[in-house]
Write a protein that binds this ligand. Sequence first.
Ligand code: AMP
Length: 378
Amino acid sequence: MSFLELNLHPSILSNLADQGYQSPTPIQAQAIPVAIQGKDLLGIAKTGSGKTASFVLPLLNELVSKAVSERNRQPNVLVLVPTRELAVQVADVFKVFSRNLKHPVKSMAVFGGVSINPQMKAIFGVDILIATPGRLLDLQRSNAVDLSKVKRLVIDEADKMLNLGFKKEMQEIIALLPKKRQNLLFSATLSDQLAGLNSVVLSNPVVIKIEEKVADVELINLSGYFVSDERKGPLLRHLIRAKKMKQVLVFTSSGIKANKVAAKLIKNGIPALPIHGKKSQSARLAALDKFKSGKLQVLVATDLISRGIDIDALPYVINYELPRSPKDFVHRVGRTGRAKSEGLAISFVNREETHHLKVILKKMKRYIDMIDSETLDF
Ligand code: AMP
């Protein structure tokens, strides 16, 4: 299938070509026509499926041919997201596809953890508002935004939104929206809790379920080393140098450990930054930006960012410590080998973790040929 068949505006098609998107992913092929028809949609799809563009493209398509709206504090589209990182990422996708449109479409992300005043000012004239729930309510209470003219609502990563305890905030926000509106809800999983939310938000939705492509996980090359905790640092440095890794995402199990690993790398002349929940919002964004643009060799992260963060064609992921759940393992290694580019995910495993690794691999239906680091010279 080609994007040409999706009835998208020529200027959006030209932006797609600029981005090198040749054909729609399955969620895009199925969701875009439904969204363009104005129907409600429940999309069960994970990060990496191309779900962001599956709502960004039809929403822009709707606004592109509209006359320039009055400049006010009444966004036409509201996108609710669970985290600041996802807000920034979704806003980036809107910006990329809003280039050179016949009528300019203004999008903006608002999220907590940064000063509210600049956001209050900048909301004026925004057509598409991407927001985390808490900050959106703060802005609404200070009259910086009026949600009574929202025609389209997107809830992205709805399952995560519920897991993070945003149910009450979401209900509060939904009560502020006009009753008549289009709703697009995306979630990686379907749960009973989510079913409760669906029935409140969606009316007669078209349900699109994109099965997880096991093939994608299969594409990722896995390798692993048996290594004691004391030797993990030296092994990491050895691998970065020996494999000439230019961009590598390293996962640790805690923020403290992430700080330690990054500090040790820097001490050894390898540029690295830690990223985790205890870092300020601006530090997190700055580190992520630097890493994404290729200016930072190593990003040391906790599982906080393994979901929802989209880094194109990341060549290497290293599990310095194994994650607790097999699900997190998939999320972590899924940062590599995306969009059909091959990646390598390397796991460091100490003796106590051996059984845990077996459990993870069994769940993934994968096998790793482990290398004993004692046999290596570093
Ligand atoms: P998402 O699931 O929205 O986070 O998207 C995952 C990645 O796939 C992002 O890096 C997108 O830029 C990329 N992507 C999304 N749709 C397409 C497409 N149709 N062709 C190529 N790459 C895509």
